[in-house]
Write a protein that binds this ligand. Structure first.
Ligand code: GLN
Length: 215
């Protein structure tokens, strides 16, 4: 499994081990199929190449299904939903909603859907700062180097909890679905879908998600 373990609660390092919702779902899928899970931690932007080159059998990293990615990889059925949100400093008066991003300095994680969405705003004068880690984008926000960070809602909550003086704007941005990506035409995809469907029906996936997300 290729992942980027800097995306709590989906994948993060705890006690020297990659843990989180994705790590546990992947482990449950592999157990069902008789595989041993090995996790390879890399930049988010390298995951699809790891999968297309055969370095990894699959990628799982809170990864949103997009049409562009579908041109390089196959996705399983979605296993959960997410939404992009905007993080700002508590005393921010320039960015109060998505519309204000059009002229703001925005921090994102390189190659993520947040990056893709806000890139459209470059035309209207927004400046995009791209970081390898969401945490580095949030650090730049606390240092006043960017006006806002666009990132997935659950990691956003973790970042805001860890960075006093930051908040998430009420207005959500884009709805998305997370899925596992595999090489195009991989025979594993239908096996993974079967395993995911069993783990959905027997409540395993819900239980794993509730372990990490309280609401
Ligand atoms: N869901 C976003 C995407 O797929 C971000 C994923 C991540 O940063 N791990 O692009």
């Amino acid at each position: 499994m290729a992942t980027n373990a800097a995306f709590e609660p989906y994948e993060f390092v705890d006690g020297g081990k990659v843990v989180g919702i994705d790590a546990e779902i992947a482990d449950a899928v592999c157990n069902k199929l008789g595989y041993t899970l090995v996790i390879d931690d890399m930049d988010f932007d390298s995951i699809i190449t790891a999968v297309t080159s055969g370095k990894a059998d699959f990628g799982m990293a809170g990864m949103t299904i997009t049409d562009e990615r579908k041109q390089s990889v196959d996705f399983t059925d979605p296993y959960t939903n997410a939404v992009q949100v905007i993080i700002v400093n508590e005393d921010e008066d320039k960015v109060a909603g998505a519309d204000d991003l059009k002229t703001a300095v925005i921090g994102v994680q390189l190659g993520t859907t947040g990056d893709i969405y806000v890139s459209d705003f470059e035309e209207s004068g927004a400046k995009i700062e791209r970081f390898n880690k969401g945490a580095d984008a949030v650090l730049a926000l606390t240092q006043g180097k960017v006006d806002a960070v666009v990132i997935d809602n659950q990691p956003a909550k973790a970042f805001v909890a860890q960075n006093e003086g930051t908040k998430i704007l009420d207005e959500p941005f884009e709805n998305e679905e997370y899925a596992i990506c595999l090489a195009k035409g991989s025979e594993l995809t239908s096996k993974f879908n079967q395993a995911l469907s069993e783990l959905k029906s027997d409540g395993t996936i819900d239980k794993i998600i509730k372990k990490y997300i309280s609401e």
